[in-house]
Design a protein around this ligand. Structure first.
Ligand SMILES: [Ca+2]
Ligand SMILES: [Ca+2]
Ligand SMILES: [Ca+2]
Ligand SMILES: [Ca+2]
Length: 467
């Protein structure tokens, strides 16, 4: 009897413990299901966000394509050919396109604080052309080393003769992996990375995202890359100061040839241009003057009836020797051109870094040239004003390298999609020297990271928070 009671008690206890175990298992299964549900919900929300970002990137990409077409249209309809359009004549900052917004990352202005972003098109003729600049001119670029400068010359010249401090194929063959010296002109400035002696410090300077703005990481010393001197100023590398695209137009409005001041028949052809502009009498005075000193009745032929071949080393050389007034000269200036039209620097837009490289200007006069340019009131399209800034020897030395016009422009376009997401950046270079603007270069710069500065980032965040 006693045994039966004990058995019953045991059976009851065992049923209770089984129920508890089942409860625990059910609880665990429930927890598992809840965890799975949460996991899937989270991953779905991540997928949603990724899809949303992808949509924003797509919007930004489309905005950039649209912006490129817009810029092409702006350049096709400029009122004066060969001039960088004034920034107040076209949209260049925070222009909405559907849910996206675009900006044209612009040139720096050394007058402003280096942390201020500038927007607008960049003029390629404001830069030094690495295909035409001489060794001495390249050596004057900031941060340049004798090795890199000489190697740039060796890279583009067709021979295998090593310039002092330079490098030809023999040097490149020793690298791992080995390659050959190009021995032909640069096609893009990106090629500079392949040239012996190049390093990131020389190429980018402190401006690692190439936006012309001193970003936080570019002024914090060694705390975040790059290493910078923390002096509150932006020391640019040479990538922002050089080009391979600058080329003066050889025709006016794609029809009439501009007259080369170094041409052998210059005197005959300039006669017509002068007569149309200033009348026959004045034209004759000028022609006598350029043919034989100041024109003492000797006529065009000069002394003894022997024809004097008159030609000039630059448009400014003609201006100085012609005795024309500024007003007279600027009337015909567009119809004349320097003997060499490749790689001329636009004295109306170049920075003091670039003007320092020009013979006759140099480091000591570059800043005063820029200061005089700033004091001019009208939009500058002429080179005539330089005559009042430089002494005649310096002027004639500098003039063959200078122009007053620009025909190639960079549109460095950055865009974001909805809520300021999906940042994209693409650089386009347009050439207008043959009339219609043509895209000659396209490069995706998204990988360089945010380049629109702190103010735009904050304004985009504020917009996103409001929505
Ligand atoms: Ca060579
Ligand atoms: Ca920067
Ligand atoms: Ca830094
Ligand atoms: Ca600095």
């Amino acid at each position: 009897m006693k045994i039966r009671v004990i058995d019953q008690a045991r059976a009851t206890a065992s049923t209770r413990s089984e129920s508890a175990s089942v409860l625990i298992i059910v609880l665990w299964v429930s927890f598992g299901l809840v965890a799975l549900t949460l996991y899937f919900a989270h991953s779905m929300s991540l997928d949603m966000r990724a899809a949303d970002n992808a949509v924003a990137s797509l919007e930004a990409e489309k905005a950039i394509e649209g912006a490129a077409r817009y810029v092409s249209n702006v350049l096709a309809t400029v009122q004066i050919q060969g001039v960088l359009p004034e920034t107040n004549t076209y949209y260049n900052a925070a222009l909405p396109v559907g849910d996206a917004t675009f900006w044209l990352i612009g040139p720096t202005d050394s007058q402003d604080a280096p942390t201020v972003s500038h927007f607008g098109l960049v003029d390629e003729a404001s830069k030094l052309n690495i295909n035409t600049a001489t060794l001495a001119m390249i050596q004057t670029l900031p941060l340049m080393t004798p090795e890199f400068a000489a190697s740039i010359i060796d890279w583009r010249d067709t021979n295998e003769t090593v310039t002092e401090n330079g490098a030809e194929s023999e040097m490149y063959q020793r690298l791992n992996p080995p390659y050959r010296c190009k021995n032909a002109p640069f096609e893009t400035i990106e090629e500079l990375r392949l040239v012996y002696g190049a390093d990131l410090g020389i190429l980018f300077g402190e401006d690692v995202n190439l936006n012309g703005v001193l970003d936080l990481n570019e002024n914090d010393g060694a705390i975040s890359p790059p290493f910078d001197n923390q002096n509150g100023r932006l020391e640019p590398g040479i990538l922002s100061l050089v080009t391979v695209y600058s080329r003066d137009a050889t025709t006016i409005s794609n029809t009439t040839q501009r007259l080369n001041v170094g041409a052998t028949n210059f005197q005959q052809r300039v006669a017509t241009i002068l007569q149309n502009a200033v009348g026959a009498d004045r034209a004759n005075t000028v022609l006598r003057r350029i043919a034989g000193g100041t024109g003492g009745g000797g006529g065009r032929g000069g002394g003894g009836g022997v024809p004097v071949v008159v030609n000039f080393t630059s448009v400014l050389d003609f201006y100085v020797r012609s005795g024309l007034s500024v007003t007279e000269f600027t009337q015909i200036e567009d119809q004349l051109r320097n003997p060499n039209t490749n790689g001329l620097v636009n004295v109306n837009t170049a920075s003091d870094y670039v003007l320092s490289c020009i013979p006759g200007i140099g480091v000591d006069k570059a800043q005063s040239v820029v200061a005089s340019r700033r004091s001019q009131t009208k939009p500058l399209t002429s080179v005539a004003w330089l005559r009042d800034v430089l002494d005649q020897t310096s002027l004639l030395q500098a003039a063959p390298y200078l122009t007053g016009k620009s025909y190639q422009f960079t549109a460095d376009i950055a865009a974001v999609g909805h809520y300021g997401r999906g940042y994209r950046r693409v650089k386009f270079i347009f050439d207008t020297s043959a009339g219609t603007p043509r895209i000659v270069f396209r490069q995706d710069l998204t990988h360089m990271g945010w380049a629109l500065g702190r103010d735009v980032r904050l304004s985009q965040q504020m917009l996103a928070n409001k929505l």
